[in-house]
Design a protein around this ligand. Structure first.
Ligand code: NAP
Length: 334
């Protein structure tokens, strides 16, 4: 059994799908109140828990040989932020050690090692250090910018007519397809490749942020209007708003690094180590543009809301206490 923490996320749901495509037994950790029904078609098990509840981590890990986490926060909340995520992972690795888990995989990001004191990146560094010190065989993956981020910007331009491109528009980036990252993560589960290593992941081509945006617009048939701000001005703006809205300042600092820092370009070699051939950026951004998140699809919401899985059927998120949950989900009946 493989526990996926963050399985409801953009990357995490692809990890669940990649593992299920290989026929692996998967347990996705689902937070109370989180949307997860659109994972039903994967046949994954669910377990309600939260990184901030160490006991739920211990329970979720019953009979697991592997734990994979891609959990993180984008915009912090008072009670779920970069610090609680880092503390939660420390508890996760501790619980995994106690449960005898044989491999821990953490999806970090390319900016983590050199991200200075930017909260999003120092949190990831702390999580990386904790897994390395856990005594569990580990692999850390550090992907750069996802091609899907440009598809997100396309959705914004659809409504607003133009977008704000954070960071430096002439910075070289190698956007990577999230599904390729997920395939690499899934391939690492049963392989000694990358054991006890932190591995940078990137797409197959390097280009400027502006060129990546133009390609995305061509694929979607939308005008490529954008506006940007010099990084110095953006930093000043983040400093100015910090005393009032720290979480937005933290978010802007992080995304301006994602979009503005030169990133690893040797994605092909790293992916080949795991037998994965990378998707060209043009195809990746087109796929991300066409594949609306299932949670955004009203028909899917209507049709998939009837849950097959035991835990999902019995418990409505938000209505029970963690202490009332059973010791891990029962085996699937089908
Ligand atoms: N997007 C990029 O361009 C990019 C680039 C490089 C690296 N990365 C990294 O890749 C990883 C995955 O990114 P993503 O885009 O898939 O992120 P995402 O869509 O924001 O997903 C985050 C996941 O973490 C879960 N989560 C949040 N707080 C939690 C908590 N307290 N306990 C348990 N789970 C919690 C979320 O659950 P809910 O569904 O309940 O909110 C969600 O499943 C992140 O570490 C990210 O930094 C992203």
């Amino acid at each position: 059994m493989i526990l996926v923490v963050g399985g409801t996320g953009r990357l995490g749901n692809q990890v669940v799908r990649a593992l299920r495509d290989q026929g692996k037994e998967v347990r996705a950790l689902v937070r109370k109140g989180s949307e997860y029904f659109w994972l039903n078609d994967t046949g994954t098990n669910y377990f309600f828990g939260d990184l901030r509840d160490p006991q739920s981590m211990h329970r979720a890990l019953r009979d697991c040989e592997t734990v994979i986490s891609s959990a993180s926060v984008r915009v912090e909340k008072t009670d779920n932020n970069h610090k609680t995520i880092a503390d939660g992972h420390a508890a996760l690795w501790e619980a995994a050690k106690a449960r005898g888990v044989k491999k821990a995989i953490f999806v970090s990001c390319s900016a983590a090692p050199n991200g200075g004191d930017i909260a999003a990146f120092s949190s990831k560094r702390a999580i990386e250090e904790a897994v390395q010190a856990s005594g569990i065989p580990w692999t850390v993956f550090r992907p750069g910018l996802f091609a899907g981020n440009f598809a997100d910007l396309l959705r914004r331009t659809e409504y607003n007519g133009s977008v704000f491109l954070p960071g430096k528009t002439d910075a070289m980036v190698s956007p990577v397809h999230a599904r390729d990252v997920a395939d690499i993560v899934a391939a690492a589960v049963d392989s000694d490749e990358g054991l006890n290593e932190a591995i940078d992941l990137a797409g197959p081509e390097a280009m400027t942020v502006e060129a990546a945006w133009k390609i995305a617009c061509e694929e979607a048939g939308l005008p490529g209007n954008f506006w940007s701000m010099p990084p110095g001005t953006l930093k000043l703006a983040a400093m100015a708003v910090r005393p009032l809205i720290r979480r937005w300042a933290n978010h802007f600092e992080a995304i301006s690094v994602h979009f503005g820092q030169a990133q690893a370009t040797d994605g092909v070699a790293a992916a080949a180590r795991f037998g994965v051939e990378l998707t060209p950026y043009r195809d990746a951004v087109k796929a991300a543009w066409l594949a609306r998140h299932p949670g955004e699809d009203p028909v899917a919401r209507e049709e998939k809301v009837v849950h097959r899985q035991f835990v999902a059927t019995i418990y409505e998120p938000g209505t029970i206490k963690f202490d009332d949950l059973p010791e891990g989900p029962p085996p699937r009946q089908d």
